[in-house]
Design a protein around this ligand. Sequence first.
Ligand code: C5P
Length: 224
Amino acid sequence: GRPADLAGRRLVVSAGGTREAIDPVRFLGNRSSGLQGYALARTALARGAEVTLVAANVTLPDPAGATVVRVESALELREAVLKAAEEADAVVMAAAVADFRPARRNESKVKKTSADPDPIHLVKNPDILAELGERRRQGEGPSPRVIVGFAAETDDVLANGQAKLARKGCDLLVVNQVGENLAFGTPDNAAVVLASEGGRVEIPRGPKEALADVVWDLVAERLA
Ligand code: C5P
């Protein structure tokens, strides 16, 4: 069994991938399954935590005991995470949030015509993780003591990861090694966790639950 070392802790986990509407039937999306975020929620619950799971377009069963908030877009995910974060000890942003969204959503389905289609203009989405860090830095209202981000990097993993950790103002950054049947949609994952104070923990390839437990070990250490 797992230790109840997160008993009484209020944790927020975002999971899945956002969808950015083009029209009522179409969206820009990504391949995130939500498996890692759900594994984080299940393991935290097993360790005694109260978990709010902000789930973007995930088709997995709700973890028993979690408060699940379903969202679709990055803007909806932002609202739900920022609200839950006000009462949270820690936030883990495992969701794949779209960096861009279509500038406007068509009211009706875009029709196929003989002419070339109109281009889709994109605008930037807010960076929710960076915003959590910035709000805490500014001392704007109650903030989580521990903020954790995820990042998928293909090359210069450590250098890019370290730079991203600083840029986002988070405490821990879980850098996924992308490729070779890892990460998206698979039960296994491998990563290196970078800490703001400079340390790093390598997590060998294994089930997403195992990676989740290492993340919670590091969070519990910081909350102790
Ligand atoms: O910058 P990048 O997308 O690589 O950062 C990934 C991390 O930032 C993840 O933790 C993701 O949940 C978070 N993120 C966010 N808001 C965005 C984009 C990413 O919170 N708009």
